[in-house]
Design a protein around this ligand. Structure first.
Ligand code: AMP
Length: 198
């Protein structure tokens, strides 16, 4: 087995959402990971965008690592096609293992599970628990409302601009993913400009 060039943790919805662009982008992320020799680390299910990323990654030759709590094996349709499928006891174990196995994090559109995972690695970063890059793929302006809310947090004195800057935002897979991989300092890095920072 060859060692993957990088390991990217993807957080995304266990549902597909209502815009075909969500699914198309999830597949594009999976393909990008595979065609660049990477490894996908994700929540281990076959439902929603999670399943789309994993299937596309696998088809493009990526190594796929899934981490799913026992209680969600049926609900999120545990993906037995993973190269490694870890069935853990708790959500905390799931998130800890996903974080440990990854060089960088990427959030796609999703619901409160995705948001919780994004905010956890973000807060861990601001506290210095890790220094791994974090990206937010803002497909079809899904996260526009979140950007506005966070700008309000800064204006009203609960956050600093530097905290916003810990997350790299973009709407293009071909720009954001190389930037994350490059920031992680892993092998498949190729220089690419970012569209924006939150
Ligand atoms: P959602 O974005 O709500 O569709 O959820 C996306 C993924 O996050 C699903 O695999 C959920 O099981 C997972 N999730 C939800 N809450 C948590 C949590 N507290 N810790 C870890 N994963 C979670």
């Amino acid at each position: 087995m060859t060692t993957p060039a990088f390991s990217l943790c993807v957080y995304c919805g266990s549902r597909p959402g209502d815009n075909p662009r969500f699914t198309e982008t999830a597949r594009a992320v999976g393909r990008w990971i595979g065609t660049h020799g990477g490894q996908l680390v994700y929540g281990g299910g076959r439902s929603g965008l999670m399943g789309e990323v994993a299937q596309a990654a696998r088809q493009a030759g990526a190594r796929v690592v899934g981490v799913i709590p026992q209680a969600l094996v049926d609900k999120e349709l545990a993906n037995r096609d993973c190269d490694e499928l870890h069935i853990v006891h708790t959500m905390h174990e799931r998130k800890a293992l996903m974080a440990e196995r990854s060089d960088a994090f990427l959030a796609l559109p999703g619901g409160i599970g995705t948001l919780e995972e994004l905010f956890e690695v973000w807060t861990w970063h601001q506290l210095g628990y890790h220094a791994k890059p974090i990206g937010l793929l803002d497909v079809a302006q899904y996260y526009q409302g979140l950007h506005q809310f966070l700008a309000g947090c800064v204006r009203q004195g609960f956050m600093g601009e530097w905290q916003l800057g810990l997350v790299q935002t973009g709407d293009q897979v071909e720009l954001l993913l190389p930037a994350l991989v490059q920031a992680a300092g892993t092998a498949a890095a190729a220089p690419a400009p970012l569209r924006s920072v939150i």
